[in-house]
Design a protein around this ligand. Structure first.
Ligand code: SF4
Ligand code: SF4
Length: 304
């Protein structure tokens, strides 16, 4: 059982996990909202340190990353649990721990990084990697020493303190911007919009290659107004993307700074959400509209 950091004492025998905005107060013997961080005798225990629920070799475009090492493959590790509870989660079998985690196996950081040697890059993905910050940092440090690139696929709901440790070790990230409504984040997803926006800004400032993904869900986040707000935020980022091609942006009459890729992905009913799937034609229209603001807008989950 590994010991966690990112916690402090709370009232009585409880401890407070400080890793994400939930700031869970965890009673003795209990676990935080994500299900993977436990109060054991007044210390933060990590029963799922190195517990891997999915492992695959994916094309990097599947992360999705379109402007970071295109055409390459990447070792991808999935974990157990998540600190959000999106009712439309397409990976809910591994992201939601209801009593027990999905089947998996433990991999020490040395073993994980050894598996990534062939591809020279590793993605922490599928469910939410950041709730396993201690394992992530151990893996990322090892990867860096061996010249292996670290790629995060994340919801971006993490404290500034943890972000400040993880982002300097991160080469590329795909970060969800699930909507532009504080109310939707709080009431439906169990998250916090400002934390995500802050994480995205911090990633840019740390020089991470950043791409953004929004799952477009009819009736929830697909209004022109809300998607325009997302596009304006992304356009406002001062980009340091390593694979960006600013001259192309200038040629298209778009600010050279507005070069962060945005992925608009089609939703399909899953888990606890049964709204009809995203209409591919509507998704294409949304992408066309976004291209007035951003040079690199991609659609996903609607076939080639
Ligand atoms: S990481 Fe988990 S235990 Fe820690 S505050 Fe967030 S939800 Fe709670
Ligand atoms: S953040 Fe991602 S993994 Fe977590 S519940 Fe939401 S969709 Fe699922």
């Amino acid at each position: 059982m590994s010991e966690g950091r990112f916690f402090e004492s709370a009232e009585g025998a409880a401890i407070r996990c400080t890793l994400c905005p939930h700031q869970c107060s965890i009673p003795a013997g209990g676990r935080g909202a994500c299900g993977v961080r436990e109060n054991r005798d007044g210390a933060l225990a990590l029963p799922y340190y190195g517990y891997i629920t999915a492992i695959a070799r994916d094309p990097i475009e599947k992360k999705p990353l379109r402007r970071f090492r295109p055409g390459t493959s990447i070792l991808s590790l999935g974990f157990a649990g998540c600190n959000l509870r999106c009712p439309f989660c397409q990976n809910w079998r591994i992201s939601q721990i209801n009593g027990t985690a999905a089947p998996g196996r433990f991999l020490r950081p040395e073993e994980a990084i050894a598996l990534a040697r062939a591809d020279r890059q590793i993605a922490y993905t599928y469910s939410e990697p950041l709730i396993h910050a201690e394992y992530l940092i151990d893996c990322m440090k090892l990867a860096r020493k061996q010249g292996i690139a670290n790629v995060l696929v994340t919801n971006g709901c993490i404290s500034e303190r943890a972000a400040a440790e993880i982002l300097p070790l991160t080469d590329a990230a795909n970060i969800d911007l699930k909507c532009f409504s504080e109310e939707t984040y709080a009431k439906i997803l169990g998250g916090n919009l400002q934390t995500v926006l802050n994480f995205i800004r911090m990633a840019h400032e740390a020089g991470v290659h950043v791409e953004i993904t929004t799952l477009v869900i009819p009736g929830l986040n697909d209004s022109d107004e809300e998607l325009d707000q997302c596009a304006a935020f992304i356009a406002g980022l001062a980009s340091k993307n390593s694979w960006s091609f600013a001259p192309k942006a200038k040629l298209r009459g778009v600010s050279a700074l507005a070069e962060t890729p945005w992925h608009l992905s089609a939703y399909h009913p899953d888990y606890r959400w049964d709204a009809p799937p995203t209409d591919p034609a509507a998704l294409m229209r949304a992408a066309e509209r976004a291209r007035k603001t951003l040079p690199y807008v991609y659609t996903g989950n609607i076939g080639p």
